[in-house]
Design a protein around this ligand. Structure first.
Ligand SMILES: [Fe+2]
Ligand SMILES: [Fe+2]
Length: 179
């Protein structure tokens, strides 16, 4: 998706910030629910998921701070992201280790694509502060995506339906939030 100048009252930079803020809330909930299941059935995954969760909590705070600084708003999809994230995380974890990693890969690869498009837009409009904010999380999200990939989240055909559903939901909430 290409990011363009906003045709509504809220400028594109603030839309990007609110959408990412909502997305981070979704991500926090994905890893929270996966952690819950992993503590019961997949103890070996706990440290990795805890690390992801800590990253997402930090990202949530980064966007919250920047939104407040420029009198932005909370996204209308904030609670939808939170609920969707929890359901996706929980359901995927019921499919075991590969389910967890399929979810991670599916979400994070869509996120990384959007971050690149956002960075391109923000460079174009010279919004340094918003650019720095988005760039601040890029490396972490790439790392999440790559861990998902290396841990088998992208290749097993049986998990393709999970990946498709999760990618589709992620793509849709981002587009919905940017409208
Ligand atoms: Fe994040
Ligand atoms: Fe992430």
């Amino acid at each position: 998706m290409r990011y363009q100048d906003s045709k509504t009252g809220l400028d594109t930079s603030r839309k990007i910030l609110k959408v990412n803020h909502a997305g981070e809330f979704g991500a926090v909930n994905i890893y929270r629910s996966q952690l819950f299941v992993a503590r019961l059935f997949m103890k070996e995954l706990v440290p990795q998921i805890e690390e992801f969760l800590a990253d997402e909590k930090r990202h949530l705070e980064i966007f919250r701070t920047e939104i407040q600084r420029r009198q932005g708003i909370k996204c209308k999809s904030y609670w939808l992201c939170g609920l969707g994230g929890y359901v996706m995380g929980f359901t995927s974890a019921l499919f075991g280790r590969r389910g967890v990693m399929a979810c991670t890969w599916a979400v994070e690869h869509v996120v990384v694509e959007h971050l690149h498009a956002q960075i391109e837009y923000l460079r174009g409009v010279n919004d340094e502060q918003a650019l720095e904010t988005v760039e601040a999380i890029l490396e972490d999200e790439q790392n999440h995506r790559d861990v998902g990939f290396k841990s088998g989240g992208a290749d097993n055909i049986l998990y393709q339906p999970i990946r498709l559903l999760i990618s589709l939901f992620t793509e849709c909430v981002i587009r919905f939030g940017m409208r």
